[in-house]
Design a protein around this ligand. Structure first.
Ligand SMILES: Nc1nc2c(c(=O)[nH]1)N=C([C@H](O)[C@H](O)COP(=O)(O)OP(=O)(O)OP(=O)(O)O)CN2
Ligand SMILES: [Zn+2]
Length: 128
């Protein structure tokens, strides 16, 4: 029998510059993006009385906190991107890792999607 669950989605944006290391092409040079980020969390139980998986406001605050070091930054200078390539894939994993420990016990990360522009994005997920 299938187990019902809820997903919550929040989105945000940040502006930043980066340069892809070891990249053969124009993206190896310093350039910028208006990044769009989508975070989805998942859970099986709602809080008593309020009947929320978690408050959207709290989730947005966690995402804002995760993006703060990146916004208006040269990402290559921001750890761990001083050593890890600042691809959308790695940015999505970074945001996941920043947010996951702060979620309520009953809520888990589901996916993080980072888009440099509307037509292309990278999504990070972990199999259960
Ligand atoms: N899988 C990934 N591929 C690329 C990434 C990435 O993060 N993950 N990033 C880049 C560069 O950051 C680049 O800025 C974006 O490249 P691209 O869209 O190919 O280049 P343009 O903006 O010039 O787009 P065109 O559609 O080619 O005009 C590259 N690849
Ligand atoms: Zn780029």
């Amino acid at each position: 029998m299938s187990r019902p669950f809820w997903k919550l989605t929040v989105r945000s944006e940040f502006c930043a510059a980066h340069a892809l290391r070891h990249y053969q092409g124009k993206c190896e040079h310093l350039h910028g993006h208006n990044y769009a980020v989508e975070v989805v969390v998942k859970g099986y139980t709602l809080s008593q009385n309020t009947e929320l998986l978690m408050d959207f406001g709290d989730l947005k605050a966690l995402l804002k906190q995760a993006l703060e070091p990146l916004d208006h930054a040269y990402i290559n200078d921001v750890p761990p991107f001083d050593a890890v390539n600042p691809s959308s894939e790695n940015l999505a994993r970074y945001i996941w890792n920043q947010m996951a420990p702060s979620l309520p016990e009953t809520v888990k990360m589901y996916s993080v999607t980072v888009a440099e522009k509307g037509i292309q994005s990278a999504t990070y997920m972990e199999e259960e």
